[in-house]
Design a protein. Structure first.
Length: 541
């Protein structure tokens, strides 16, 4: 509803158009009643009424089409807005978000799409379910107050019937979305690891597992539809009872009044569909609203989370000094801290190698410096200022990061390098590529830096992809360089070439490198050994 209030104009337009349709239907019902009276031999309408009825039908159809387009526009705008906010939030969380890739994709696509009915149909239907029947009841009251009272009573029973079925529908819809999220996540994850499944001959087993998950989703969907049909059946029963009662009532009145004009009797009966149409739309949209609430249960905690607090940098400093003073990091649910009482000081332009066994805390140090985690104890300072006073995103402005496996997006080499600084000139991108030794292999490609590469760097070797990642770091030109096993899984020849690019990147910049590589430890700088018994031992390399 907060999102709906943010676009009140778009949400209100379908309601106004729906009220216009209701007014046209009231006037049209009266004209049709007069025309039917004429066919029955009473004094009623003529050609003028017929022409006016035709015009009202065209106007009602036009307003209905405009209402549908306005509803579609409201739904599209709301989904685009929510998806943009959700995507920005996921980017802000970065690796700190524990969700898998498939679950994030399901969150951004399936669950946001499930909100469409809430904005496009539920909000207009909710308003029209009150306003339009009220207009019909007032019009019928002028003809027969008893008929109007019957319509109001039957209309009040509709929300009661919907509430009885809606609770079950909401529960089933939420379960259905949970199953869909798991199915989508599993499908995306298995597609990403398809080569591994083929290698270990697990494709048939995974296909059967996906079939079981798909069957569960089908079963959950049918349960939601069953509850929805039950609600629709209740509404149709109330509508049929109202029609039967009013037909009997006005038929009985006509037999006692031989000379009575049946226009108003026919008008009351013809208004029954117009009275229940908004309630029928409300009933259909109600189940969409229940599905939307199930989807919102996963989205709301992300969107409603308070923004990260902290200060903003006026400008990125050219050089940084780094201090860890008894810094600790403890992940929730873990028995031991990932990092315990780490202390060191790093002068501007100095390089530090973090070494130690897996799990010693090397990557945790980098996560702290990128703002994805906050120290649970101790202090981390950059240029004498406590990093916890800055917004986490500001820490990322200070640094260039290169991980173990560079992720390249589908596009050209040039576009993948320019990703680090979209406003960079072509000359700056080429200079960064030359510094990272990308041009040594790009020059042999058909289109140079304009050569297309596949998603995930398909078409490039591991060493070539790593040099593209280093080119991004050169282009970013941040004062703090963070490298996480940048030469892992590279052959000696490629490692030497990447090493030369790394040495140039670290020159004049403060650098923290997590590594097992003996070659990297040969770079000028300091080495800190992390481990269970000795957590902050340092010596000059």
């Amino acid at each position: 509803m907060r999102q709906a209030r943010g676009q009140a104009g778009r949400v209100a337009l379908p309601i106004v158009l729906g009220l216009g349709v209701a007014l046209c239907q009231i006037a049209l019902a009266f004209l049709i009643a007069r025309l039917l009276v004429t066919l029955l031999g009473f004094q009623g309408g003529g050609w003028n009424e017929l022409a006016l009825a035709g015009g009202l039908m065209l106007l009602s159809a036009g307003l209905g089409l405009a209402q549908e387009m306005a509803q579609q526009s409201a739904g599209e705008t709301a989904r685009a807005r929510i998806r943009a906010e959700l995507f920005a939030r996921l980017l802000e969380l970065g690796p700190a978000d524990p969700r898998g890739v498939g679950e994030k994709a399901s969150l951004l696509v399936d669950r946001v799409e499930a909100l469409d009915g809430f904005f496009a149909r539920w909000i207009p239907a909710m308003a029209l379910a009150v306003l339009a029947p009220a207009m019909v009841a007032i019009a019928v009251w002028q003809a027969d107050w008893v008929s109007a009272l019957v319509l109001v009573c039957m209309g009040l029973l509709v929300p009661v019937a919907m509430a009885l079925t809606g609770i079950g529908a909401a529960l089933e819809a939420r379960k259905q979305l949970d199953v869909l999220g798991r199915l989508s996540g599993r499908f995306v994850d298995r597609l990403r690891g398809l080569s591994t499944l083929v290698q270990f001959n697990r494709t048939e087993d995974e296909a059967r597992a996906l079939g079981v998950a798909a069957e569960e989703f089908r079963w959950r969907t049918l349960r939601v539809l069953r509850v929805a049909f039950l609600s629709s059946a209740t509404l149709e029963l109330l509508s049929a009872f109202t029609l039967g009662y009013l037909a009997w009532r006005h038929g009985a009145l006509m037999t006692t009044r031989d000379a009575a004009d049946p226009t108003m009797a026919l008008f009351c009966i013809l208004m029954i569909p117009g009275f229940f149409a908004p309630l029928r739309a409300f009933s259909a949209a109600y189940h969409e609203a229940m599905s939307a609430r199930g989807a919102a249960a996963e989205i709301a905690p992300l969107l409603e989370a308070p923004p990260a607090e902290g200060l903003l940098l006026e400008e990125v400093p050219h050089r940084v000094a780094l201090v860890f003073n008894e810094a600790e990091l403890h992940y929730p649910g873990m028995p031991r801290p990932a990092l315990s009482r780490l202390t060191f000081a790093l002068a501007p332009g100095e390089t530090l190698m973090l070494v130690g066994p897996s799990g010693a805390g090397k990557s945790s140090v980098l996560r702290l410096l990128m703002g994805f985690e906050r120290p649970t104890a101790g202090r981390i300072a950059i240029n004498g200022q406590d990093v916890t006073r800055l917004k986490p995103a500001e820490l990322r402005r200070l640094s260039s990061y290169v991980g173990q496996r560079a992720h390249l997006f589908g596009g050209t080499l040039y576009e993948n390098i320019a990703l680090a600084r979209p406003g960079a000139t072509k000359a700056e991108v080429i200079r960064a590529a030359e510094s990272a030794r990308v041009m040594s292999f790009a020059a042999r490609l058909p289109k140079g830096l304009d050569t297309l590469v596949g998603e995930g760097g398909f078409g490039l070797s591991g060493g070539q992809a790593q040099r593209v990642a280093l080119a991004r770091a050169f282009l970013r030109d941040a004062p703090l360089v963070l490298l996480d096993e940048p030469t892992a899984s590279l052959d000696p020849g490629t490692e030497a070439e990447v090493m030369a690019a790394i040495a140039k990147l670290c020159m004049g910049r403060t650098a923290v490198i997590a590594t097992h590589s003996a070659a990297l430890m040969g770079l000028p700088g300091r080495v800190i050994e992390l481990g269970e018994t000795k957590l902050a031992s340092a010596h000059v390399g």
